[in-house]
Design a protein. Sequence first.
Length: 129
Amino acid sequence: MSASETPYQRIGGEAGVQRLVARFYRLMDELPEAAACRAIHPPSLANAEQKLFEYLTGWFGGPPLFVDKYGHPRLRSRHLHAPIDTPEISGWLACFRQAWAETVEDAALGAAVLPQVEHLAQHMRNRGD
């Protein structure tokens, strides 16, 4: 693979992002440690799954689907309605890390992307510390 490839290309483009996000949301229903995160979501995760797919597509360097549809992500303000503290962040990250491990084989990409994802997840905290 070329060093100039985007993360989006390296994980397999649209299909790769869809695999990652679909697994992420299945894990949210499966992992006990994700219970607090799951509890702040509606019964159906379909809308959240679509929005995360659109967001990550652009964030990974693919088409800016989320921005084209909704404007600037403003992630913290879009999530202020939901209490996000350590249990929610930890559960979300557990799902993301496992989904990544199961769907993305590029170890170098994981080493680059996962710390950024963890930073972003911590940035979403709006309760507690």
